[in-house]
Design a protein around this ligand. Structure first.
Ligand code: BG6
Length: 469
C-alpha cells in the first residue's frame, strides 16, 4: 500500500541496539560465574570460542559511554544466569548482582533504558547435567532465578524479555552448540523441552506482574513471514505449515495459552506431543505478555514437499541449520531478493509484512530486539566503511516506518548488534556491530573499540528521530 504521507516514528521511540551475555562479555569463569552450556558445548574449531568474546564484562563503562555517544535510548543485553546463581539455584552470587547493577546504573547515567533478556541460550551447565530443559526441575530453577532478578533489579528495569529465540533453540539446536559427545536431543525430547520452557515462561511472566507491576514483559522470538514459491495452492499450504511451526506456534502459547491448532495436530500425528501434566493448561492460560519482542533477519520461500531426499537441505550451506521436512515443506529459492555474504536473504519488505502479521495476530506492542547484517568487515586505517550495513538497516527502518504507518504499534528498534560480538556459530569474522572490536578470530590484540561508518550514520538517524530516512 502506498501512502500520501507516512507516520513519523513516535517521539518516545526506543532507538537501541542489542547484545547477549555470552557473545559479548567474556570473563567466562570470573567473579564466581559457573560454566553455562555454551562454555561446555562443542563449537566449530575454526571459529573463536566465547571465553573472552568482546571483553564487555571488563569494558562495559567504555562501551556504554560509546552507546551514549551513538545516541542510544535503549540497550538490550542479557543477564548470565551463571553469574547470578552459579549453582543454577540456591546461593546468590553478590558479584554477579553488583555487575549487572553497575551496568544498569551506567545506562541510566546516560538516560539509556536497560532492556533485559533473562535467558539467551546459556543454561547453567550444572542444570544441564541434571536433565536441562528436559527436566521439570529446570522450570522451578528458572522461576527461582527470575524471582532474584525481579527482586534485585525490579526498580531499575522496565522492560524484561523472558527467553531469546525459543524457536531457534527447539528447531535448530545445533546452531547453539553440540552437547558433549555430539548428540542432539531427538525431536520428541525437544518438544518436551519446549513445553517446559513455555511453562517456565508463563510462570515468570505472572511473577513479573506480581512483583514488578510497572514493568513490561514478553517473549523474544525469531519471527519471519514465509512466501509460497509459486501461486500453486500446495506451495501456499506448505509456506503456511512452516510459518506456523516456525513462528506462530511459539508465540501463540504465551499469548493465547495453548499451542497453535495446526502445530498441535502435527505434534500429535507424529508422536511428538509433549507430556502435559495436570495444572499445565492453567499455568499457560494464567499468564499473558505485555509485548512481543521480535528478532527479524530474513524471510524464506517455501515449496510443497515432494517426498524425496531433497526435501531437507542446509540453509545457505550451513549444516547447523537444516530446513525442510517430508510431508510438511521444502525450502525454495526467492529470485526477488538479494543475499548477504553469508547467504541470508535480505528482505526489508518482508520485515513490514511480518510486522503486519504479528500485530494482526496478537494486537500487542512490538519491540524489535534484533535485526542486522553479518559481514566480514574490513578495518582500513582505523576505519570501517560498512555501507552495506547502512543500506541494510536504512532499508529496514524505512520498511518499519511503513509498518507503523500501516497501523502496527512498534515501540522500539534494537538492531544486532551494539558492538561486534562472537556470532552464535560462525565466529568473529562475521560482524554485526556499529562499533568495531579490534580482535581476530584467535588473536585477541588490544580489543580497541572503533566507530564504523554505520555508527555515525545511526547516530544521525537517532538524532533526527528517523525523519531523514
Ligand atoms: C539470533 C540470536 O538468532 O541471531 C543471536 O539471538 C545471534 O544470538 C544472531 O547472534 C545472529 O546470528 P549468528 O548466527 O550470525 O550469530
Amino acid at each position: 500500500m502506498f501512502y500520501e504521507k507516512e507516520k513519523p516514528f513516535p517521539s518516545d521511540f526506543l532507538w537501541g541496539a542489542s547484545t547477549s551475555a555470552y557473545q559479548v562479555e567474556g570473563a567466562w569463569d570470573e567473579d564466581g560465574k559457573s560454566p553455562s552450556i555454551i562454555d561446555q558445548y562443542e563449537h566449530p574449531k575454526e571459529y573463536a570460542d566465547f571465553k573472552v568474546a568482546s571483553d564487555h564484562y571488563h569494558r562495559y563503562k567504555e562501551d556504554i559511554r560509546l552507546f551514549a555517544e551513538l545516541g542510544l535510548k535503549a540497550y538490550r543485553f542479557s543477564i548470565a544466569w551463571t553469574r547470578i546463581l552459579p549453582m543454577g539455584t540456591g546461593p546468590v552470587n553478590p558479584a554477579g548482582i553488583r555487575h549487572y547493577e553497575d551496568v544498569m546504573d551506567e545506562c541510566r547515567k546516560y538516560n539509556i533504558e536497560p532492556i533485559v533478556t533473562m535467558y539467551h541460550f546459556d543454561l547453567p551447565y550444572c542444570l544441564e547435567e541434571k536433565g536441562g530443559w528436559g527436566s521439570r526441575e529446570t522450570i522451578e530453577a528458572f522461576v527461582e532465578y527470575a524471582k532474584v532478578l525481579f527482586e534485585q533489579f525490579g526498580k531499575k528495569v522496565k522492560y524484561w524479555l523472558t527467553i531469546n529465540e525459543q524457536n531457534t533453540m527447539i528447531l535448530h539446536p545445533g546452531a547453539i552448540g553440540l552437547p558433549k559427545g555430539g548428540k542432539l536431543p531427538s525431536k520428541k525430547e525437544l518438544y518436551q523441552q519446549n513445553h517446559h520452557l513455555m511453562l517456565a515462561q508463563a510462570r515468570v511472566m505472572k511473577l513479573c506482574h506480581e512483583l514488578c507491576p510497572d514493568s513490561k514483559i514478553g517473549p523474544a522470538l525469531n519471527l519471519a513471514a514465509m512466501y509460497p514459491e509459486t501461486c500453486n495452492p500446495k506451495d501456499a499450504i506448505a509456506a503456511h505449515n512452516w510459518e506456523v511451526l516456525r513462528c506462530w506456534n511459539f508465540a501463540d502459547v504465551p499469548v493465547f495459552g495453548w499451542y497453535h491448532p495446526l502445530a498441535w495436530q502435527y505434534l500429535l500425528d507424529r508422536g511428538l506431543a509433549p507430556k502435559v501434566e495436570e495444572g499445565d493448561k492453567e499455568i499457560l492460560k494464567g499468564a499473558r505478555p505485555d509485548l512481543i519482542a521480535m528478532n527479524y533477519y530474513s524471510t524464506a520461500a517455501i515449496a510443497a514437499s515432494r517426498g524425496d531426499a531433497l526435501d531437507v537441505s542446509a540453509r545457505a550451506g550451513d549444516q547447523q541449520i537444516m530446513l525442510g521436512e517430508t510431508g510438511v515443506y521444502r525450502a525454495a529459492d526467492n529470485p526477488y531478493v538479494e543475499k548477504t555474504k553469508y547467504g541470508w536473504v535480505i528482505d526489508p519488505s518482508g520485515f513490514r509484512y511480518t510486522l503486519r502479521k504479528v500485530y494482526e495476530r496478537y494486537h500487542l506492542p512490538v519491540l524489535i530486539t534484533e535485526n542486522g547484517i553479518g559481514a566480514p568487515d574490513v578495518l582500513e586505517d582505523g576505519q570501517v566503511h560498512d555501507d552495506y550495513r547502512i543500506d541494510f538497516i536504512g532499508q529496514h527502518l524505512k520498511a518499519l516506518r511503513l509498518a507503523i504507518t500501516d497501523g502496527v504499534e512498534v515501540i522500539g528498534y534494537c538492531p544486532w548488534a551494539a558492538l561486534d560480538v562472537v556470532s552464535t556459530h560462525q565466529g568473529y569474522k562475521k560482524r554485526y556491530g556499529f562499533i568495531y572490536v579490534d580482535r581476530d578470530e584467535f588473536d585477541l590484540k588490544e580489543m580497541k573499540r572503533m566507530k564504523k561508518d554505520s555508527f555515525y550514520w545511526y547516530q544521525k538517524v537517532i538524532e533526527e528521530n528517523g525523519a531523514g530516512l
